[in-house]
Design a protein around this ligand. Structure first.
Ligand SMILES: [Ca+2]
Length: 173
């Protein structure tokens, strides 16, 4: 009987030990209150090919993690209708967009649009956000209020006319 009680006691102690961390772990003041942050989406860069004077500032520069490098569209475009985006591989809902403008030409993003599409050619683009104000340079602007909650495979930044595709960094979440 004594052994039996002891094993029950041991079993209970074991169970408590397992539960204890969950029961006693206090909410840390510095812990994020919001649900887990959305993951940065990855994909294949798509968009206007080439770069200004073949200087190497292609669409890849908008996704290289460096806010000092930027996409600069080739002269053949006259700076109009240029874009840079991602093929996400499958349809995803975009919950957040972050971007940094080219530091010496932030005004070139005013009138620019973040868009999504079910097709790679963006024949029927859906606006996610329209940039109305000149963005601050040197840091990420964060867009959380997007115009569509539908899922799309293709997303992009469409530069306004005379914008030359200029954007230093883009992140979709
Ligand atoms: Ca960059």
């Amino acid at each position: 009987m004594k052994t039996f009680r002891l094993s029950i006691l041991l079993a209970l102690t074991g169970a408590l030990a397992v539960c204890a961390p969950a029961l006693v772990a206090p909410a840390r003041a510095d812990a994020p209150v919001a649900p887990a942050a959305a993951k940065k989406l990855t994909g294949t860069a798509i968009g206007t090919p080439g770069s200004y004077q073949d200087g190497g500032n292609t669409i890849a520069k908008a996704f290289d993690g460096d806010i000092n490098t930027f996409f600069d569209a080739p002269e053949s475009t006259n700076g109009n209708g240029t874009w840079v985006g991602l093929d996400l591989g499958s349809a995803k809902t975009i919950t957040k967009i972050r971007f940094v403008p080219r530091s010496d030409f932030p005004g070139r993003m005013v009138g620019g649009k973040f868009q999504s599409s079910t097709t790679k050619d963006f024949v029927k683009p859906v606006d996610l956000f329209v940039i109305k104000d000149e963005p601050a340079v040197g840091s990420f602007a964060e867009l959380k209020t997007l115009l569509s909650k539908d899922a799309f495979q293709f997303v992009r930044y469409l530069s306004p006319d005379d914008g030359w595709g200029n954007v230093a960094e883009i992140e979709f979440y």
